[in-house]
Design a protein around this ligand. Structure first.
Ligand code: CA
Length: 218
């Protein structure tokens, strides 16, 4: 998973980042809203961890801005115990959950899993993209009634791109989606999967953004 951590206190952020990275997540940590706002518009994250008091502003207004820009990424608020009104305000503005500081690292991990599962469930079960009918539950793709056979890894890559269509998905996120923990990632394996997907599904369906990743172009 790719996680955006917005927290100005290094003493809190650093151990949390290390803990999440030990679970094979990719964590990008910013101490200001300004940097985080650019990051969330440029890249696709699976979840955002948001502190509410940042040196350049209020996390609640960041939350409102993100939701009004129609960015649906799950957001978990990191808040102090005595700020109950902030928590309620945050949930009203579109946060998915909150954890209370000082937090237990395993609790943060558990909350992340819960909100991510919830957001996956909301994605519709069948999708039409160009001339393809895709069933997210059956993991199948058909064109004009003909089934297109994909390998498990090809489906894994396609599914991640499809869930985030029109956004650039970093190479690391795609690799993380298709390789099991500890499995060796061969260099250029992802490129090989992408090129087979293009051959099967349409050659300009997946666009390469050099140095950034890949994007599904409906
Ligand atoms: Ca703070």
């Amino acid at each position: 998973m790719r996680i955006l951590l917005i927290e100005d206190e290094a003493a809190l952020a650093r151990p949390l980042k290390e803990h999440l990275e030990a679970d094979l997540n990719i964590v990008e940590w910013f101490g200001t809203l300004d940097e985080a706002a650019s990051a969330i518009r440029a890249l696709d994250y699976d979840v955002v961890l948001l502190d509410l008091r940042l040196p350049d502003g209020d996390g609640l207004s960041f939350l409102s801005d993100v939701r009004s820009a129609n960015i649906r990424t799950p957001i978990i608020i990191l808040t102090a115990r005595d700020k109950i009104s902030d928590r309620i305000d945050g949930l009203n503005r579109g946060a998915d959950d909150y954890v209370i500081k000082p937090f237990d690292l395993d609790e943060v991990t558990a909350r992340i899993h819960t909100v991510c599962r919830r957001s996956m469930d909301e994605i519709s079960q069948s999708v039409v993209i160009r001339d393809l009918d895709v069933s997210m539950s059956a993991h199948s793709v058909t064109r004009g009634g003909q089934t297109i056979r994909l390998t498990a890894k090809e489906w894994g890559v396609f599914e991640v791109l499809l869930r985030r269509k029109c956004k650039v998905v970093p190479k690391e996120s795609l690799e993380a989606a298709i390789y099991a923990y500890g499995e060796e990632v061969e260099s250029n394996a992802l490129e090989a999967h992408i090129s087979r997907l293009r051959a099967k599904l349409g050659k300009d369906l997946i666009v390469t953004h050099r140095g950034m990743g890949y994007m599904l172009q409906p």
